[in-house]
Design a protein around this ligand. Structure first.
Ligand code: CDP
Length: 244
């Protein structure tokens, strides 16, 4: 436990030693470059990188494998009781496990992306992962990326960033990524998928994607990965100096 807690004599007031643990929340829409940038920034800072999207994706893969009808609350509850998501790290790289199986390389398909976005709108799914994510942040200096990190999961994060880019830029990046992997990709379909996912993520009732009031807005449309990473590192250093 790297968070020091001091219980006052009267047993009411708990104090946290914030200097011991630092939490960075990065939220933003699909394809804004969160994972690439977050991974690099975390490595440079020596923080634990937590890709929460991978957890939603692992659940989505589980639901797809079981053929679950996610619009039925009972079917979803039953499926979720049979799904266990875990995180592990190998050489600093996050691995995600579905019932003990390393599914890190199986969760990046468009089918899983779309199911993840639909499943993520379900309160039962969010409740399951909220607990897991908060637990990880309690015990480590983390850089966590997702959709609701600054607003719901870590509202007390010392630094919040809302990373975005235009739909065209994001679709272009996804297109290149898929082509690079040798997969067939149609630009217009990717752009339409991104628009649809943005809409679902921003308009769902539970934990919708939105910029936290105290988040710094970073638009990566005209910036390279290195430029955005450097900007984030300098924001962290400025905050840490201020808090020191
Ligand atoms: O990489 P990309 O931005 O496309 O997606 P991701 O971060 O891997 O997340 C996959 C899906 O999970 C997103 O479309 C969101 O709907 C959902 N998600 C969420 O609702 N909350 C999070 N904290 C992370 C992901």
């Amino acid at each position: 436990m790297d968070v020091l807690r001091r219980q006052e004599r009267n047993g009411i007031k708990k104090e946290r030693n914030e200097a011991m643990s630092f939490k960075i929340a990065i939220d933003g829409p699909a394809g804004a470059g969160k994972s690439t940038i977050a991974r690099r920034a975390a490595a440079e800072l020596g923080f634990l990188y937590v890709d929460t999207g991978a957890m939603y994706r692992a659940i989505a893969l589980g639901l797809l494998r079981m053929g679950t009808n996610v619009s039925s609350e009972a079917a979803l509850a039953d499926a979720l009781s049979r799904i266990e998501v875990g995180l592990g790290y190998e050489d600093g790289i996050q691995k995600v496990f579905l019932n003990g199986e390393d599914v890190s390389s199986l969760i990046r398909t468009e089918e899983v992306s779309n199911m993840a976005s639909s499943a993520a709108a379900k309160p039962q799914v969010r409740a399951k992962l909220t607990q897991l994510q908060r637990g990880i942040a309690e015990e480590n200096n983390v850089l966590m990326d997702g959709r609701d990190i600054g607003t719901v999961i870590l509202p007390d994060a010392q630094l919040k960033i809302y990373l975005t880019a235009s739909v065209e830029t994001r679709a272009q990046r996804r297109y290149k990524e898929l082509c690079g992997k040798g997969e067939t990709a149609i630009f217009d379909e990717i752009a339409a998928d991104i628009r649809e996912r943005d809409y679902r993520d921003m308009h769902r009732e539970t934990a919708p994607l939105r910029q936290a009031e105290d988040a710094v807005l970073v638009d990566s449309s005209e910036l390279t990965v290195e430029e955005v990473t450097a900007r984030i590192i300098s924001l962290v250093r400025a905050k840490r100096q201020k808090n020191a």
